[in-house]
Design a protein around this ligand. Structure first.
Ligand SMILES: [Zn+2]
Ligand SMILES: [Zn+2]
Length: 427
């Protein structure tokens, strides 16, 4: 018996409908904002991630799947999506056709300790927008993220948190002030924070340890030390979000893990999975394209983890039925009549499962219930005789006998009714 590698899972056919539903919702919503899909390779030269994500970052130092191919080149499975998209932007000279709006979806790989909602092969959906420099772009991107969550039916105290991380002008002086403060309080900091304090003092601000949290609260905060341009940008973003009637929280302690972010950083968090957790995160990275050897181009993007969203949907009981009509056939001649009707319904575009194991009416109805199909079509001996079928609305339990010849039309109008009922309930 060969099992899967630790931290890696099959996504079985009973779960893929939820994944496909999320992916389809993302495609639909992102297209409304003018985004098209980009598909970059799963593996790249290791050097790409070292340069984009940072050679000394945890991701590159400890978590990447890096290997030498048969030609001796060092390659890595992608640990995130932005580096590849930036590389593609540069390789394909996309700076000539700005703005460039793309989204991606697919597996990413990190060697981390597996836990609920965190796998070594995990899946992300992300968007990147290249070109626009002002806060209008930031507000539009955030509106799109929130529209995606609303469309997908992801509920449960979603909070849009924003912050400004400053720019090359103002971050350096702020960093010095922060470091001075942290050094004065270093006996209170955890070991991890002490180790990375000199290298990246900002990360102390989002340390999860309570004692570090107290220091972080009292520390100087970036938004109070922004330069004129950054400060105007941040005020612009807040004003645009207000016009959109999009609630937000300014969290001065949110710093994001990656060094390439500047100015706007944001997260969408929820308390539905225990502690307040991010379900989407992103920010502006105006310097990255130039740093990677391209023509300097401002950009902003975000990514969200699909594993968490799938958990949230399952928790919210957003049921994505795989089958619309379950067909039950019992008695002499019912098989043939059922087979015929199932085919007619499928030709009309419906998803139909016919019970193929025979069995009693009771056991077949049980299977119909388990399928979660909103409609069951039942053919017994008497229906065979009268060329009819019983159509049962599984949502409210009502049923009606209709002629086989009119069954497709009847089922179609019943589906419309059920959809209306669903919206009335305002799930
Ligand atoms: Zn600045
Ligand atoms: Zn700490």
């Amino acid at each position: 018996m060969i099992s899967t590698v630790r931290g890696v899972h099959d996504i079985l056919n009973q779960d893929t409908p939820t994944w496909q539903y999320l992916e389809a919702t993302a495609r639909r919503v992102f297209a409304q904002y003018g985004y098209g899909e980009i598909r970059t390779p799963i593996f790249e030269k290791s050097e790409l991630f070292a340069r984009a994500v940072g050679a000394t970052s945890d991701i590159v130092e400890k978590e990447m799947y890096t290997f030498a191919d048969r030609g001796g080149d060092s390659l890595s499975l992608r640990p995130e999506g932005t580096a590849s998209v930036v590389r593609a932007f540069i390789n394909n000279s996309m700076h000539r056709t700005l703005p460039w709006r793309v989204y991606y979806m697919g597996p990413m790989f990190r060697y981390e300790r597996p836990q609920k909602g965190r796998q070594r092969q995990f899946h992300q959906i992300g968007c990147e927008l290249f070109g626009p420099q002002g806060p209008l772009a930031d507000a539009e991107v955030m509106a799109m993220v929130m529209a995606f969550f609303a469309e997908a039916g992801v509920v449960g105290n979603l909070v849009l948190e924003i912050n400004s991380l400053g720019c090359g002008e103002c971050r350096g002086p702020y960093r010095e002030k922060l470091l001075t403060f942290l050094k004065a309080n270093q006996e209170t900091l955890c070991e991890n924070c002490l180790n990375r304090m000199e290298r990246n003092p900002l990360r102390v601000l989002d340390c999860k340890k309570a004692t570090c949290g107290e220091v972080a609260k009292a520390a100087p905060h970036m938004p109070d030390h922004l330069c004129g341009v950054c400060s105007e940008h941040f005020a612009g973003l807040k004003s645009h979000l207000t016009i959109l009637e999009q609630p937000f929280v300014h969290n001065p302690l949110m710093v994001r893990g990656l060094d390439y972010y500047n100015r706007t950083a944001f997260e969408v968090t929820t308390d539905a999975l225990g502690a307040q957790n991010a379900v989407a995160a992103g920010g502006r990275y105006d310097g990255l394209v130039a740093e990677m050897g391209g023509q300097s181009t401002p950009a902003i993007g975000f990514a969200m983890g699909l594993e968490r969203l799938v958990l949230l949907l399952q928790q919210n009981r957003v049921v994505v039925p795989t089958v619309t009509v379950y067909l039950v056939a019992v008695g002499d001649g019912a098989d043939g009549a059922g087979l015929y009707l199932a085919e007619q319904l499928r030709r009309a575009g419906l998803k139909v499962e016919m019970n193929l194991n025979q069995g009693s009416m009771k056991s077949q109805m049980k299977r119909a219930g388990r399928s979660e199909a909103p409609i069951t079509a039942i053919i017994g001996e008497s229906e065979v005789g009268t060329k009819s079928v019983v159509i049962k609305n599984m949502v409210n339990g009502e049923q009606e006998t209709v002629a086989i010849a009119g069954a497709v039309d009847f089922v179609n109008s019943l589906i419309e009714n059920i959809k209306r009922m669903d919206h009335g309930a305002d799930r």
